[in-house]
Design a protein around this ligand. Structure first.
Ligand code: 5GP
Ligand code: MN
Ligand code: MN
Length: 316
């Protein structure tokens, strides 16, 4: 794929009349906020923009301006477009079925994962960016977009999510300067955090059961939790659960296992320092140094055995 500068990325977007913007599966605040900010900016230029994600969207994101614009594609649908834009996804599988459904003139990928597989025709990759939303901010500045409160809120949401609300090591002075600029464009930070911190009762009740599975290996350097298949509920957002093992004293790598389908296990990795993206990549996944994930096509107990062995081997 061709590496693009910010200016070239802006030119590609401006040259297209009809665009499909795709957020990655298991959508988070960064992929959704980044995609929606771009949608608002392109629609203001009179572009025809279709929004797609091949997954359910958690109701915690309902407050994001424009979220109702997302639609899923049927497997036998075909959609013509000038440009297919894939946001915050480091590999083609993260884009879901859009790569098959859409017949684009070209594919553009905007991303910040160092594990990016360069699957698109055009790539804007900045692995130093804390969030893809930080890239979108710079891109819209470059394109001369007028920053409405809606656009600013979507970008803020992306940065808020990927920096763990401005706490993680990817938070830079640039992150804070961008956030300050977004507040000047009308972002209400407590609206964002009130929505993002809100827990449903079923979520907390599930957490209570999941914490009972907490297990330590290698002298407490590894900690993992699991969501039993009979407990799994796709409508309950469990993204925050892994912070419990992650922040335990002495833990270097934390894992969360869940089994969304009979022969599919999703694994989340978090670390304090060790590069877990490497482990995730070795299982066909990806991510960042301290936060990564993968899918294993096996039942949960089987997947746990394989993955935990690989993680334990890091501590020989
Ligand atoms: P999470 O554990 O929250 O699902 O994901 C943590 C990080 O790893 C995110 O940045 C996410 O984009 C990345 N990630 C998670 N699962 C996968 C996967 O299956 N493939 C790839 N390429 N990246 C993943
Ligand atoms: Mn993401
Ligand atoms: Mn991201």
């Amino acid at each position: 794929s061709k590496n693009c500068s910010l200016a070239e990325t802006g030119e590609l977007l401006k040259a297209a009349k009809k665009l499909v913007i795709v957020s990655h599966v298991s959508p988070d605040g960064d992929t959704l906020g980044s995609s929606l900010a771009l949608m608002h900016a392109l629609r203001a230029l009179g572009k025809d923009v279709i929004m797609n994600v091949d997954d359910d969207i958690s109701t915690v994101y309902s407050f994001l301006p424009g979220i109702q614009e997302y639609r899923r594609f049927g497997a036998d649908e075909t959609i013509e477009a000038d440009l297919l834009v894939i946001i915050d996804a480091s590999s083609a599988d993260r884009a879901g079925n859009a790569m098959e459904v859409v017949r684009p003139g070209a594919v553009l990928n905007i991303d910040h994962h160092k594990t990016n597989t360069r699957f698109a025709d055009y790539l804007y990759l900045d692995s130093d960016a804390a969030a893809t939303a930080e890239i979108i901010y710079a891109l819209l500045l470059e394109m001369g977009t007028e920053f409405t409160t809606d656009i600013a809120t979507c970008i803020y949401e992306g940065i808020y999510t990927d920096t763990g609300s401005f706490k993680y090591s990817n938070t830079t002075s640039k992150t804070m300067e961008t956030a300050a600029a977004l507040l000047k464009h009308g972002v209400n930070p407590s609206l964002v955090s009130d929505n993002m911190e809100l827990r449903s009762r079923s979520q907390v009740e599930m957490l209570r059961k999941v914490l009972e599975t907490l297990t330590f290996l290698k002298d407490g350097k590894i900690a993992y939790i699991e969501i039993a298949p009979e407990l799994y509920d796709r409508n309950v957002d469990t993204d925050a659960f892994i912070s419990y093992p992650r922040y335990i004293e002495g833990v270097e790598i934390a894992l969360l296992f869940k089994q969304p389908e009979e022969n599919l296990t999703r694994v989340s990795f978090r670390s304090k320092e060790i590069d877990v993206a490497k482990i995730a990549v070795s299982f066909g996944g990806g991510g960042h140094k301290k936060a990564a994930g993968c899918s294993i096509y096996a039942p949960m107990k089987e997947a746990e055995k394989i993955v935990l062995q690989a993680v334990e081997d890091l501590f020989v």
